[in-house]
Write a protein that binds this ligand. Structure first.
Ligand code: SF4
Ligand code: SF4
Length: 472
């Protein structure tokens, strides 16, 4: 087929239609203020998480910022402990713990993380709160956006965006404060002497916060977050989800409080649409479980208020399971939950124990490659380079000994064995042993490194001592 013929077979689609197919026009969502048990829990969770984020960098422990990721020095200070690149294994365990927690909580209670602890949710709530204080609740905000531009509208919009940007930049500043000591960073900011990377991350994180929490909000959860797409794989009919009880609610319809709705053939949903108005992702929970639902529980709180006003029992929307909704027995604590829970607990205890037993000094042993061994003064001598790593946050003096062969003598070819915090020393060491003590060509020995000023700080490392073939 020629190129011209091929072109004739292509159906021409107007550009407008292509755009309609690829993109759905986003409608702005104006979530209504909500109060109730879950709103209080959400506030508490946000308060603790944001409190930790903004407050922690300002806390010092033993003269050191309590959480500081000092990348140039390759040291991470976390709650009085110092971690080094050699401790990267703990990062792997941290990721395993995060993964297991996600499995455990998602299988147990759906998108708890999204609704109560995800940074996107927590920061969006703060931005929404600011918007509400400045522009008013849902009806006022909708009215303001529909109104033509006026001095009042411009003033409110400028106030809102200035407040958002100031808060977002403070967030960016705090973020950088986890990588550069925050007190030094404050001085640099005041003296306008921030480094280029500090400026970049300060602005990048600040404007990412402003964009994500101020503008994009639920779009991040619906279109950008991969968790929204795969979390349903962890759900089953016994997972706790936010759900509307169709059996109780339908047929929905408005009515007076005094009316006997059963006689009218109605269910308990009065079709007030408040559950839709409070929803941060703008969905109607009465349409069933949807991937856009972030389980924030706002619709539960507002519907319970409506039920109270109508003197109906609470729980038309509630945390429940699909089995319960289908009048089948629910098994919330099922084998999967016990399995994930046990794994989570085991890894957590293992990591906590391993960190508590972490050795703050380490040695690597390298053999002298020039000669396997040499004979001197009737003794067999082996030469090594010991790489001593002091991973404590203070300096220590060390001594080296060795064991494994009778009459083994250690000669350290350096004057001082003092290592500063974080210092790596290369120490030439020679070991000598009488030939009569060598039972084989290669004997197992052990180097013992011990701190003189803190005897509990010690480590041992195996090595081989080589000699001639023993005479029988
Ligand atoms: S808030 Fe409750 S009563 Fe009102 S529409 Fe939603 S489900 Fe129905
Ligand atoms: S449907 Fe309910 S729980 Fe889900 S996001 Fe909307 S308000 Fe939150």
């Amino acid at each position: 087929m020629s190129e011209e013929q091929a072109t004739e077979h292509v159906t021409k689609i107007p550009l407008d239609d292509v755009q309609k197919t690829l993109y759905q026009a986003g409608e702005k969502i104006y979530p209504r203020k909500v109060s109730g048990l879950f709103a209080r829990l959400k506030f508490l969770s946000g308060f603790i998480l944001l409190g930790l984020f903004y407050f922690l960098p300002w806390v010092n422990l033993k003269g050191q910022q309590i959480v500081l990721f000092d990348l140039p020095a390759r040291k991470f200070y976390i709650f009085g402990m110092t971690f080094w690149p050699q401790d990267a294994i703990y990062l792997a365990f941290l990721l395993i713990l995060a993964g297991l927690s996600l499995f455990f909580f998602t299988t147990l209670a759906g998108r708890l993380w999204c609704g109560f602890a995800c940074p996107q949710t927590v920061w969006t709530d703060v931005f929404l709160w600011m918007e509400r204080v400045i522009e008013g609740d849902r009806p006022q905000r909708m009215k303001l956006d529909k109104a033509p531009w006026s001095a009042r509208k411009i003033r409110l919009k400028i106030t809102k965006h200035t407040t958002w940007i100031a808060f977002a930049l403070f967030t960016g500043f705090t973020f950088v404060g986890f990588f550069t000591p925050i007190r030094e960073l404050s001085l640099s900011l005041m003296n306008l002497t921030l480094g280029p990377w500090e400026i970049f991350w300060f602005l990048f994180y600040g404007f990412a916060t402003y964009g994500n929490a101020g503008w994009m909000r639920e779009q991040v959860c619906i279109y950008m977050c991969p968790y929204a797409r795969f979390q349903s794989a962890m759900f089953d009919k016994n997972t706790l989800i936010v759900a509307y009880d169709k059996n109780r609610g339908e047929p929905r319809g408005s009515r007076k409080k005094t009316v006997d709705y059963k006689k009218e053939g109605l269910g308990e949903c009065i079709n007030c649409t408040l559950c839709v108005q409070v929803c941060p992702t703008g969905i109607d929970i009465r349409d069933g479980l949807q991937y856009q639902c972030v389980s924030c529980s706002a619709c539960i709180d507002v519907c319970n208020e409506v039920m109270d006003k109508m003197s109906y029992p609470r729980g038309l929307i509630s945390y429940t399971t699909e089995n319960t909704l289908e009048n089948k027995p629910a098994h919330i604590f099922r084998p999967r939950i016990w399995f994930y829970g046990a794994m989570l607990l085991a890894v957590f205890i293992g990591v906590a124990y391993s960190i508590s037993q972490r050795n703050l000094v380490a040695i690597d042993i390298l053999r002298d490659r020039n000669s396997l061994f040499r004979e001197a003064h009737g003794l067999i001598e082996n030469v090594y380079i010991l790489k001593l790593m002091n991973m404590d946050d203070k300096a220590h003096h060390y001594k080296i000994s060795a064991s494994g062969i009778e009459g083994l003598a250690v000669k350290v070819e350096t004057l001082s064995l003092k290592a500063e915090s974080g210092e790596i020393l290369d120490i030439p060491v020679s070991l000598s042993a009488p030939p009569s003590s060598l039972k084989q060509r290669s004997s197992k020995i052990e180097f013992i490194l011990q701190s003189i000023d803190e005897p509990g700080l010690e480590t041992t490392e195996e090595a081989r001592f080589l000699g001639p073939v023993p005479r029988r």
